[in-house]
Design a protein around this ligand. Structure first.
Ligand SMILES: Cc1ncc(COP(=O)(O)O)c(C=O)c1O
Length: 495
């Protein structure tokens, strides 16, 4: 329920969502888009029986009086409240995920000229940003846990070395924290190094929208010196899928970055942003700020389950190995990466068995690990997961499959052309054999760990081709961006 009574604390309000509710409750005659007309009549009966009639009433077109039109509109107020909540100078609500946030951020930095240094394991949306912005990238390699197929963080030292080694003016450094496995980077130390080099620090915090909302959670990167920060609220704090945030930090670079972000945001957002997605962020922000008890219960339950796994002794927790990696300074408690090699099966098979035989759905798997996740403030039953893992291990006790060591990542090919030129130029498909020595037009990443092994503009090497082909031949590996599943062909820049 959205709180509508007048309250002295503005953070207890959700102004944009409340405006949608007022509009819906006024029972308007709706003679505008969306075409469902805000009711369950006629052709919309099926849709209403699918999602309910209320979402149709709240699903309105942008720029309506009393909702998001004019100065200090309810949307603006909602975004200001979000900026305060996460420690930003300004926040933009996004309706196309952190994907949109990343593309917007790179397109904004592109307006400043110069180059950008990327953690090599960045999400593909950042590579899209290179194509959009025509920026020249340099790379910082993250630490990798090869046994478990996990790309972790970059160390401050690696950032410093990459800045020193780069042969151009660096305008921004892009890092990911937390990692997919919940590994948190040393953002304050990295920010200091990046700012000393006169560049902006962008943190892809898609997996950490809850950071800063409880003393037991890692801090929001915006309170640690990030100039820009991207967060998928839909991933772990409970707004609707595809809703996310782009924050501008309250740093010395904010005045320069704000107009650039504003221009880039207009280019990446729809002119018909979903009011349901926007409203869900507003309500989610209010509830994050005012649900301390639910958050505490959820964190307590997760801690108790971790203890239970340790005492049980058959399986181990990936975050208990984080101390071996200098790039990791904290762990996100909402992730429970469990090493399941004691089942004698690989993580992908265990994940499938959990789904098919036990109706337990976990986010992802690697060769040795499954990665269950719990939304903040939620307490789903976790004991059945341990029981199911025991059952799977018992059933497989007779046939123990040794877990293969993960393939070692190949070194990356030289950047011979800007990613934009390679992506947009004339291309052709050639056999894997003929691709060696040519320039890739595509971005290819083997999963796990999802580090792009080849970017548009990079030379294709024999080492990378044989690595990627080995991945496609393994039981559960796949290559994102591949022309065909077996990788017999590559898309290259035409000569
Ligand atoms: C590190 C990282 N950044 C960005 C994204 C894109 O987020 P979204 O799905 O909200 O567009 C993802 C998606 O999983 C991700 O892992």
């Amino acid at each position: 329920m959205v709180e509508t009574e007048v309250t002295a604390d503005p953070s207890r309000r959700a102004p944009y969502a409340e405006a949608l509710e007022r509009h819906a409750d006024s029972n308007p005659i709706s003679l505008l888009v969306p075409g469902h007309g805000a009711n369950a009549e006629g052709i919309s009966a099926g849709l209403a029986s699918f999602v309910g009639e209320r979402p149709l009433q709240l699903d309105v077109t942008p720029l309506l009086d009393g909702i998001d039109l004019g100065a200090n509109s309810n949307r603006e107020q909602a975004e200001k409240l979000a900026a305060d909540a996460w420690g930003a100078r300004r926040t933009w609500f996004l309706t196309n995920g952190s994907t949109q946030g990343n593309r917007t951020a790179v397109l904004a930095i592109g307006q400043l000229g110069g180059d950008i240094l990327l953690q090599r394991s960045v999400h593909s949306s950042i590579v899209d940003g290179l194509v959009l912005s025509a920026m020249r990238p340099g790379f910082i390699h993250p630490e990798v846990d090869y046994r478990n197929g996990a790309a972790h963080n970059v160390t401050p030292e690696a950032v410093s070395e990459a800045l020193d080694a780069h042969d151009g003016v660096v305008k921004a450094v892009y890092v990911v924290s937390p990692s997919y496995f919940g590994a948190v980077a040393d953002v304050p130390a990295i920010a200091e190094i990046v700012h000393a080099a006169g560049a902006a620090l962008i943190v892809d915090c898609a997996w950490g929208p809850h950071f800063g909302f409880h003393p037991e959670l890692p801090e929001s990167p915006l309170r640690q010196g990030a100039d820009l920060c991207i967060m998928s609220t839909h991933k772990l704090t409970g707004s609707l899928t595809q809703s996310a945030l782009l924050h501008l930090g309250d740093t010395e670079l904010a005045d320069t970055l704000e107009p650039a972000i504003e221009r880039a945001f207009r280019m990446t957002s729809s002119t018909s942003e979903s009011s349901l997605l926007l409203g869900s962020i507003d309500v989610n922000r209010r509830d994050l700020q005012h649900s301390k008890d639910e958050i505490q219960r959820s964190l307590d339950a997760l801690r108790a389950f971790s203890e239970r796994v340790r005492e049980h002794g058959r399986f181990s927790l990936l975050f208990d190995t984080f101390g071996e990696f200098p790039s990791i300074v904290g762990a996100d408690p909402l992730r429970l990466p469990i090493d399941i090699s004691a089942t004698g099966l690989d993580g992908h098979t265990v994940r499938l068995k959990l789904m098919r035989e036990h109706n337990i759905w976990v986010e992802m798997a690697t060769q040795t690990t499954i990665v269950p996740m719990v939304g903040l403030g939620k307490c789903p039953p976790l004991e059945p997961l341990l029981e199911a893992l025991d059952a799977i291990a018992d059933a497989n006790a007779a046939s123990t499959t040794p877990v293969d060591a993960a393939l070692r990542l190949p070194s990356t090919g030289a950047l011979r052309m800007l990613p934009r030129e390679a992506f947009l130029g004339n291309t052709e498909l050639v056999s894997a054999e003929d691709a060696i020595g040519r320039i890739s037009a595509d971005s290819l990443a083997a999963y796990p760990p999802g580090i792009p092994n080849m970017l548009p503009g990079e030379e294709i090497t024999a080492e990378t081709v044989s690595f990627l082909q080995a991945v496609t031949q393994s039981s559960h590996g796949y290559v994102r961006g591949a022309v065909d599943a077996k990788l017999t062909q590559f898309r290259v820049v035409a000569e």
